[in-house]
Design a protein. Structure first.
Length: 155
């Protein structure tokens, strides 16, 4: 399951937004219908996880945490308690709860960004703030791609 590209959309007055058709097709092809919505850990945007991807992330996190460590329990509780289950309606729309609209600074214009196995939802005007210049991007990518490969950890 790969979500790629970026698509602009609009949220209505109630906070409903259409999941872009290109992303719906990827989701349907994988047999997924349920999504999990969460604020991103690092950025002021929202992240949509297909349920299977969310479950994999949850399993990976749980496997690194000790149930008998108070700090680990706080981390896990915060990670799982700040989510909303999302089901698309017959028109491909879903509701972004008001608190999430506020957290992400979304008024009307949103940008969906495919991030491989997840989809980010941004206030359209905030996306540019997070991007590198073309020169910075080229240098950063060159630096990363010329390093010796590091074995992948279950992500």
């Amino acid at each position: 399951m790969r979500f790629l590209g970026n698509i602009e959309a609009r949220a209505d007055a109630k906070g409903r937004v259409f999941l872009p058709a290109v992303f719906r097709k990827v989701l349907q092809a994988s047999g997924g219908e349920v999504l999990v919505l969460r604020k991103d850990i690092f950025q002021d945007c929202l992240v949509l996880y297909p349920e299977s991807v969310w479950n994999d992330q949850l399993d990976a996190l749980r496997s690194r945490l000790n149930r008998y460590n108070a700090q680990h329990q706080k981390i896990f509780r915060q990670f799982v308690s700040e989510v909303e289950m999302v089901v698309l309606d017959g028109n491909g729309r879903f509701l972004i709860p008001r608190r999430y609209l506020q957290i992400a600074g979304i008024n009307q214009d949103v940008k969906f960004i495919g991030m491989d196995d997840t989809i980010e939802i941004w206030a359209a005007e905030r996306v540019a703030e997070t991007q590198l210049s073309s020169e910075e991007f080229g240098q950063a990518l060159e630096s990363i791609m010329t390093q010796e490969a590091v074995p992948a950890v279950n992500q």
